[in-house]
Design a binder for this molecule. Structure first.
Ligand code: F6P
Length: 328
């Protein structure tokens, strides 16, 4: 087992609330274990551009409450090339870095795994950080809880005005190919329907459902559309439904990037702290090419390979069924 002495940390892909508590935890756990730490700015982009700086306990003071990431982030195409990876590797060697913590989603892990197979002398540990909650090996990813709470707050407000005007709202939420935010937010806000990439909903069935709601004296209706739903975006779906549902005035809201910002929830602060701590400790024990995750409230290591290959994230069938039953 190679003993590590200098660790680098980066955030990559879409930012997620909870990344800052995780960075703080990585830095302070490393210092506690007498390791040197460098921060890399803008993910793999900074690695290629040699944009690194020494971090100390005070570099991460008062960041637990901040959304975004103090290290900044990017989606970096050059890191997908052999040339880009070689430059990144040489920059890490120049800095004397022998271990790397990458906080991000599946794109970040794909890059980390390829890099680590090419250059196994640098140990790599992944931390799941994405609002999409779509990684195998962790029940929750950093940022999902905060984003879901943000969505709930927004939908509650929309419900007020929808109810005042007897309107039907289509609200599109983020998640890429995952309906995790849509499902949780739909249950929490009592949405009349939730359109998910994981479960096909025919527009005719949706219309029938909304008509039943009207017959049951619902004054307003909310349909949550996950951005990955196969029927198209909220605007397209609203247009199709509007022709058939004359009893409601139809409106559309795309929540967009506001879902990614904001102060991390208690859950994400604790999750970030736990995962950062676990990532450094796993590297110290000699682990590499792994992701630290949380399952049944315990830290679990999953190989990056498995986290990526088992990517087909399964949304809970029982929650989908319950959401339908409770929305009558
Ligand atoms: O992966 C996080 C996420 O917010 C997705 O939910 C969304 O599809 C995507 O990133 C948006 O990416 P960008 O900020 O690059 O437009």
């Amino acid at each position: 087992m190679n003993k590590i002495s200098k660790l680098a940390v980066l955030t990559s892909g879409g930012d997620a609330p909870g990344m800052n508590p995780c960075i703080r935890s990585v830095v302070r756990t490393a210092i506690y274990n007498n390791l040197n730490v460098v921060g890399i700015r803008r993910g793999y982009q900074g690695l290629i551009e040699d944009d690194m700086f020494d971090m100390h306990a005070r570099s991460v003071s008062n960041i637990l409450n901040l959304g975004g990431t103090i290290l900044k982030t990017a989606r970096c195409l050059p890191f997908r090339t052999d040339e880009g990876m070689e430059i990144a590797y040489q920059n890490l060697k120049k800095q004397g870095v022998d271990a790397l913590v990458v906080i991000g989603g599946d794109g970040t892990f794909t890059g980390a795994l390829r890099f680590s197979k090419k250059y196994p002398d640098i140990a790599v540990m992944g931390v799941p950080g994405t609002i999409d909650n779509d990684l195998y090996g962790s029940t929750y990813t950093l940022g999902f809880d905060t984003a879901t709470n943000t969505v709930i707050e927004a939908i509650d407000k929309i419900r007020d005005t929808a109810d005042a005007h007897d309107r039907l709202f289509f609200i599109e939420v983020m998640g890429r190919d995952s309906g995790a935010i849509a499902l949780r937010a739909g249950i929490s806000c009592g949405a009349e329907a939730i359109l998910l990439p994981e479960k096909a909903t025919a527009i005719d069935d949706l219309i029938k459902n909304l008509k039943t709601g009207e017959n049951n004296k619902k004054s307003s209706s909310i349909v949550i559309v996950a951005e990955g739903d196969k029927n198209g975006g909220a605007y397209d779906i609203a247009q199709k439904v509007q022709k058939e549902v004359k009893f409601y005035d139809v409106k559309v809201t795309i929540l967009g990037h506001l879902q990614r910002g904001g102060s991390p929830s208690a859950f994400d602060r604790i999750l970030g702290s736990r995962l950062g701590y676990a990532a450094v400790n796993a590297l110290i024990k000699g682990e590499s090419q792994m992701m630290v995750g949380l399952e049944a409230n315990h830290i679990k290591l999953t190989t990056l390979e498995e986290a990526l290959n088992q990517h087909e994230f399964k949304l809970e069938e029982d929650l989908m069924e319950m959401a339908e039953i409770l929305s009558i």
